[in-house]
Design a protein around this ligand. Structure first.
Ligand SMILES: O=C(O)CCC(=O)C(=O)O
Ligand SMILES: [Fe+2]
Length: 223
């Protein structure tokens, strides 16, 4: 895709809102949404070209919380990440698409989503992310999690599923293959989840819609 074609996709109104409507419906009924083939092709292509341009050096070993040391963190998650800043046209296109989804969700559900952050993640074969939640009640401001997958022809035998658990006591969960074009949205506090080890390198984008931190943390206004 050349620059002109990419730029012509930028206005938010061109994004296909049917997919956002499906997400909203699922969030209301279930609290999560699995959209196979839900990523518009030009968004997938933009992410892929962005991801392919990231050098080894730009990927950083992901940590869990600030105080954690490397060895402890590796027992929990083994992925490497690279934040998406929007400095490339393709990165900016992805962020506009997510902003369009944020707007749509806010208009439909009044969730008050305020900002969005996302990173590429790469899991080498054998790496995983143990069961966790992305946000704890009353702490932090991540409200809605989004994961999108970039892997061509992913088979069940390849492993690497996202397992989404209904609640703390659920041990079975729903398995989602990280196939190119699939994306998943879920309420960050409500659904424990994990990434199973894979036999192939697994590429994805993980993102979080946040509410306004100062409101959520209940900071007094300045006097
Ligand atoms: O890649 C996935 O399927 C989920 C990643 C995840 O849970 C996270 O980054 O918090
Ligand atoms: Fe997560």
């Amino acid at each position: 895709m050349n620059r002109e074609q990419l730029a012509s996709y930028q206005p938010l109104h061109v994004f296909d809102e049917v997919i956002f409507e499906n997400v909203v419906d699922d969030l209301v009924t279930k609290g999560f949404s699995i959209q196979e083939n839900g990523l518009p092709d030009f968004i997938t292509q933009a992410l892929l070209s962005c991801q392919k341009a990231i050098s080894e050096a730009e990927y950083k070993r992901a940590g869990i919380g600030r105080a954690e040391n490397y060895q402890q963190a590796e027992k929990v998650r083994g992925d490497e990440i690279c934040w998406i800043t929007g400095s490339s046209q393709e990165g900016a296109l992805w962020l506009s698409w997510c902003e369009a989804m944020q707007l749509y969700i806010n208009r439909s559900l009044f969730m008050g989503l305020f900002s969005f952050e996302s990173h590429f993640a790469c899991y080498e074969p054998g790496k995983f992310y143990k069961r966790h939640v992305d946000a704890f009640k009353g702490q932090g401001n991540r409200v809605l999690s989004l994961v999108a997958y970039l892997n061509d022809k992913w088979q069940e035998d390849d492993g690497g599923e996202l397992v989404l658990y209904a609640d703390e006591s659920d041990e079975t969960g729903t398995k989602i293959l990280p196939t190119k074009g699939t994306f998943v949205v879920f309420l960050s506090e409500a659904f424990p989840h994990e990434v199973l080890p894979a036999v192939r390198t697994r590429h994805s984008v993980a993102g979080w819609f946040r509410v306004n931190g100062s409101v959520n943390d209940n900071i007094d206004p300045p006097r």
